[in-house]
Design a protein around this ligand. Structure first.
Ligand code: CUA
Length: 341
């Protein structure tokens, strides 16, 4: 009786878990799913996965069918005595189950090699945007060497065009993954890896570090923002001509606070004396959607929370907690940073 109850509780728990998972998967709208590709690279990878899946499903069905048939057809019957007839060394069977896997593997190898070599091709040429992606504990740096732009946690790309990435790490292993656009690629200390991706249509494609890299690994997110070529050109133009001049009295005060607390020794703001290279480049911060490895929305309130208590959001981040900063200084600082265009 007790065991029955246990099973009942377990069954209910399993039901609730399944329903929760279904509900959660529905609200994500497939934004971060490799099964809903949004570009040719992820499409090719899904095609490869699908091809392998159907072959393996076919093998599974045949094996289970033969197994089921054998269990029923050759089961022990009343009156059976001794061993059943032994069939080892059946040449036809031996040849069949050697040849069939060889044929199936050959079928898998051809498209796998073709896709692997095609996706490893470096994309070059004047129209190809090059981005150097640097993984840091726990944020992403995006450098556009041809364009002279450095930004963080938000990679802008032109939709419908190939984007060549060079991946590096500033500290430990990370893995760059935008499921809707391409498979994972590690960022390895002391080494450069390459990959390319393309978004077929404009949109926001969330990404995530996919390699455990320390206590705040789960907060190491980012967004890829694919824009129409003209909107991308406008973004490039804005980033190449940043507006870092404080526009209000409060923002002027905020710039002083930024200097006074030594923020500029870790952060760069283009067009100012602040040129630190430890933390994210903050130029144009007011135009970004997220903060702190995309773990916070970019609002003045969340920005103040981050400055005063960063370790609450991201334990072990090198960003200090400025918990003693006065409320007026915090408000001035957020006014200054959110005013960076
Ligand atoms: Cu970076 Cu996990």
């Amino acid at each position: 009786m007790k065991r029955r109850l246990h099973l009942g509780v377990r069954a209910r728990l399993a039901g609730v878990t399944l329903l929760t998972m279904l509900a959660l998967s529905a609200c994500a709208q497939h934004a971060q799913s490799a099964l809903h590709p949004a570009g040719p690279v992820s499409q090719a990878e899904l095609g490869l996965m699908g091809f392998g899946f159907w072959i393996m499903l076919g093998v599974f069905v045949v094996v289970v069918a033969v197994l089921g048939y054998s269990l029923v057809r050759f089961r022990e019957r009343r009156g059976d005595q001794g061993l059943p007839p032994q069939v080892e060394g059946n040449h036809r069977l031996e040849i069949a189950w050697t040849l069939i896997p060889i044929v199936l593997l050959a079928l898998l190898i051809v498209p796998t090699f073709r896709a692997t070599f095609a996706l490893a091709q470096q994309q070059r040429g004047p129209g190809v945007v090059q981005v150097t992606v640097v993984g840091h504990q726990w944020w992403w740096e995006f450098d556009y060497p041809q364009l002279g732009i450095v930004t963080a946690d938000e990679m802008h790309i032109p939709a419908g065009e190939r984007v060549q990435l060079t991946l590096r790490s500033a500290d430990v292993l990370h893995s760059f993954w935008v499921p809707a656009l391409a498979g994972k690629e590690d960022t390895v200390p002391g080494q450069s890896n390459t990959m390319y991706l393309e978004a077929a249509r404009p949109g926001l494609y969330p990404g995530q570090c996919a390699e455990f890299c320390g206590v705040s690994h789960s907060e190491m997110r980012f967004d890829v923002i694919a824009q129409t070529p003209s909107a991308f050109a406008a973004w490039v133009q804005a980033r190449q001509h940043p507006d870092s001049t404080p526009a209000t009295a409060q923002a002027v005060q905020g710039e002083k606070v930024f200097a006074q607390y030594g923020c500029g020794s870790c952060h760069t703001i283009d067009g100012t004396q602040f040129q630190g290279k430890v933390g994210p480049n903050l130029s144009g911060l007011g135009t970004r959607l997220t903060l702190a490895g995309a773990s916070l929305q970019n609002t003045p309130k969340d920005l103040r929370l981050w400055v005063s208590d960063a370790h609450k959001i991201m334990p072990s981040t090198v960003m200090p907690n400025f918990s003693t900063m006065s409320s007026s200084d915090l408000h001035a600082l957020s006014a200054y940073l959110e005013g960076l265009k």
